[in-house]
Design a binder for this molecule. Structure first.
Ligand SMILES: [Zn+2]
Length: 441
């Protein structure tokens, strides 16, 4: 047993907060929660991890990531001069994914999951593309997740953009991985049917995906930029969410990512089908695609979670940007104070509950033992009523000093325990260099 104590404990369990709290971990699960003195007296033999008056809270959840984009950091692509979001997709992301090898996939996954551990992110929903070499690419990512001990839900982004053969390979890759994940008894690995976006998947492709998904939900970009909406109107005479509704894509296991350019009727379809929307504020700003109406969606009863879209692995950075983008966009300084922490701390937890067998994102007996410690000493009074203000303005991902996932200690005092980080980064730099050469030569 492990006892993490002597810290300010944010449980996310009905707002329960302990000024000097402790969490007791037995195997993969949380066994008990209480004051440090009570827990020490009750479990005298447990291994004690001293939080040193820092903050103990649940591991963070990233609802949308692109591990494959990691080796783009610092890249320079010959002739790349984008004028629009579509140019960014074609000139940057598709150009990269057409060259990714198994080695690139595996090493970028190791690098990203290590970064997740260092940012206190213990559950990652990833959306993968590597059209150069499709079969087995999700296994490359799964290997890194399993070996490093991070919980993940993976999918391959099906698209017509690289022709019939590659499209079929991408559907088969999802199907194969969905079946693998359905047999996985650790509850650490899940699979979804990934779709790129409406403008690169035909109705025939959607039908094939439906026939090969074995009950799994979809993970799909929806109405990210105006061109995606215009394409759907031109080719199908429907808006994107209407089109996906008509093709059976929506549902209570489907993640509709972005939803920047949707109207009220589409929000109603999302709500009615119990689909989930994932907001990625930094990515939306970076690609200049617009600001999604997620504040309105929440008011309309849509379940909205928070992701990063590969922009960062720091969920607290995503929280900070989400907090200001809506104030700025709506010219209303009162919005987002409650909606953004609700997305990150409540909704992400509720969304994962649809995929994983036991609760995540909460410190309570019976939940999975995904727990982090952040180095933060509040300069103002901290209690159950204002923890989100302290997190928003006082912490970032790099405040995380200790990360536990599924009861396993992955990082302690900023030292990653599950790999040789320096050796891994060296291998990654070499692999990224080979990728860059293959793109530019
Ligand atoms: Zn994305």
């Amino acid at each position: 047993m492990m006892l993490i104590g002597n810290g300010r404990l944010i449980t996310r369990d009905d707002g329960v907060f302990y000024d000097d709290g402790a969490v007791v971990i037995d195997g993969k699960l949380i066994k008990d929660v209480g004051t440090t003195s009570d827990m020490k007296a009750k479990y005298p033999d447990a291994d004690f991890i001293d939080a040193k008056r820092c903050v103990i809270m649940p591991g963070l959840i990233n609802m949308h990531n692109h591990i494959y984009s990691a080796f783009a950091r610092g890249i320079s692509i010959k002739g790349y001069n984008p004028k629009s979001f579509m140019d960014i997709l074609d000139g940057m992301w598709w150009t990269i994914d057409r060259k990714l090898t198994h080695e690139n996939n595996k090493l970028s996954a190791y690098a990203v999951f290590v970064d997740c551990i260092k940012n206190g992110v213990t559950t990652v929903f990833d959306h993968h593309a590597s059209y150069f070499d499709v079969p087995g690419s999700l296994d490359d990512i799964a290997e890194a997740a399993v070996n490093l001990g991070v919980r993940s839900c993976l999918c391959y982004e099906v698209s017509d953009r690289d022709g019939e053969k590659k499209k079929m390979e991408s559907i088969e890759e999802n199907e194969r991985f969905i079946l693998r994940a359905q047999k996985d008894e650790t509850d650490m690995l899940k699979g979804l049917m990934g779709l790129h976006a409406s403008f690169t998947v035909s109705d025939e492709t959607l039908k094939l995906c439906d026939e090969h998904r074995h009950g799994a939900g979809y993970h799909v970009h929806c109405a990210e930029g105006p061109a995606d909406l215009q394409d759907s109107l031109d080719r199908y005479g429907k808006r994107i969410i209407e089109r996906f509704y008509d093709n059976g894509v929506l549902g209570d296991h489907t993640l509709a990512v972005h939803c920047v350019h949707i109207n009220k009727a589409e929000m109603e379809l999302l709500r009615e089908t119990n689909s989930m929307v994932i907001h990625n504020p930094e990515s939306n700003m970076g690609n200049a695609v617009g600001c999604g109406p997620v504040i309105h969606m929440i008011r309309e009863g849509v379940l909205v979670g928070l992701g990063t879209d590969g922009y960062t692995n720091d969920m607290l950075e995503s929280y900070k940007v989400g907090n200001i983008i809506h104030k700025h966009h709506l010219c209303d300084p009162t919005v987002a104070w409650s909606e953004l922490p609700a997305m990150l701390f409540n909704n992400n937890r509720m969304i994962t509950a649809r995929y994983f067998k036991k609760p995540l994102g909460v410190i309570r007996p019976g939940a999975y033992a995904d727990v982090i410690v952040t180095d933060y000493d509040p300069l103002t009074p901290m209690d159950a009523s204002n923890v989100n203000g302290h997190i928003l303005f006082g912490m970032n991902g790099r405040s995380v000093v200790t990360t536990v996932c599924n009861g396993k200690l992955l990082m302690k005092d900023r030292k990653v325990l599950v790999c040789d980080e320096a050796a891994l980064m060296k291998e990654c730099r070499q692999s990224a260099s080979r990728l860059w050469d293959s793109i530019n030569n």
